[in-house]
Design a protein around this ligand. Structure first.
Ligand code: DHB
Length: 337
């Protein structure tokens, strides 16, 4: 019942997933043990690594993650094992039925180009066991590094340089690159911003560069949570500022999924991320236009069993409403005439 198709402009990359669920990058995916837990005990069809850099990083000082009933705040600072470790992990991992994604978030364009080039070259030599690369344009927690997704000029140049790596290889080797390529976007709040970003992406596609999916949204950057008793911030880095996730971001996430589905849904698929805590939230993301459903804060709260619970709740809603397939729900949101 939860099976779903993801579709790329390159039809060879279309794939049927057992269910639309995936962890949000950053959640349960930093260490080998985390990833093992996701793979063995959960009902998510697909898995994404922690956003990684070329070499391992410890990240920001603790406490750097805090959650309450309605939200989470984090300023992790990209603690990760380094690209090589995640590639190695996926090489030794037999399952998953769905897609395996590496999330890339180097601190410089050069780092990202080098990582991307290395993945693409290895992919052509059958040396990697992944299906997709997600380029993170939206980490809000690095001091001195603004979010690329909010700087449209830089984003355009950056995409051109990164995506050209694949285009060049495809020409040189006269063979399509079989990796799906996606962008993790920050939340946008203004209609102008949606249009601008969609136009940047359309331009890339027009010049033959590949973008197969968008992940909407990353955490809402630089929120502040205060504890009344201690009169203190709740996380240490950046004076308490951090990315906000959880239920409170759901309306923003839905709006971003909806807008990008309207503007680009015929060209790429969308991973909806933000505020999915139960079957109804999952249903709302699908209606808005999400093809896959990414769970972060609630995964941190409940652990990998969360996917089974939310999957069953979604199935219940579908049965009550007479839906037989997830694909019949996607993008079907109605407006008031
Ligand atoms: C981190 C946070 C993010 O929201 C993200 O997309 C990537 C990295 C972090 O602080 O580690």
């Amino acid at each position: 019942m939860l099976k779903t198709q993801i579709r790329s402009l390159d039809k060879k990359l279309n794939k049927t997933l057992d269910n639309p669920f995936i962890n949000a990058s950053g959640c349960y995916c930093r260490t080998k043990e985390d990833l093992d837990q996701l793979i063995t005990s959960s009902y998510c069809s697909s898995i994404i690594s922690k956003t990684c850099t070329p070499l391992s990083r410890d990240g920001n000082p603790e406490p750097r993650y805090h959650q309450s009933d309605t939200l989470s705040i984090n300023s992790m600072g990209l603690p990760n094992l380094g690209l090589g470790s995640y590639l190695e992990y996926f090489n030794t991992c037999e399952s998953t039925q769905g897609i395996k994604i590496i999330s890339l978030g180097g601190l410089t364009l050069e780092d990202n180009m080098a990582m991307f080039e290395s993945i693409v070259s290895k992919h052509y030599m059958n040396l990697v066991n992944i299906d997709a690369v997600e380029i993170n344009l939206s980490c809000p927690n690095l001091v001195g590094h603004g979010q690329l997704g909010y700087n449209f000029n830089n984003m355009n140049v950056y995409l051109l340089k990164i995506l050209n790596i694949v285009s060049r290889k495809e020409i040189e080797l006269k063979r399509r690159c079989g990796l799906l390529i996606g962008l993790k976007l920050p939340p946008y709040f203004d209609m102008n911003q949606f249009e601008k970003v969609a136009n940047i992406i359309k331009d890339q596609l027009r010049y033959g560069r590949r973008i197969d999916f968008l992940t909407c949204i990353n955490s809402i950057g630089n929120g502040l949570v205060i504890d009344t008793d201690s009169e203190k911030v709740v996380i240490k880095p950046k004076g308490g500022f951090g990315g906000i996730g959880g239920s409170v971001v759901k309306p923003t996430a839905l709006a971003n999924v909806r807008k990008f589905h309207e503007l680009l849904g015929d060209k790429l698929f969308i991973i909806g991320c933000g505020g999915i805590t139960n079957g109804e939230d999952a249903f709302h993301h699908l209606l808005a236009g999400a093809n896959m459903l990414s769970i972060g804060t609630q995964l941190m709260k409940e652990g990998p069993e969360v996917f089974k619970r939310i999957g069953l709740e979604l199935e219940d809603i579908m049965k009550k409403k007479g839906y037989k397939n997830v694909d019949d729900i996607i993008g079907k949101l109605k407006t008031i005439q």
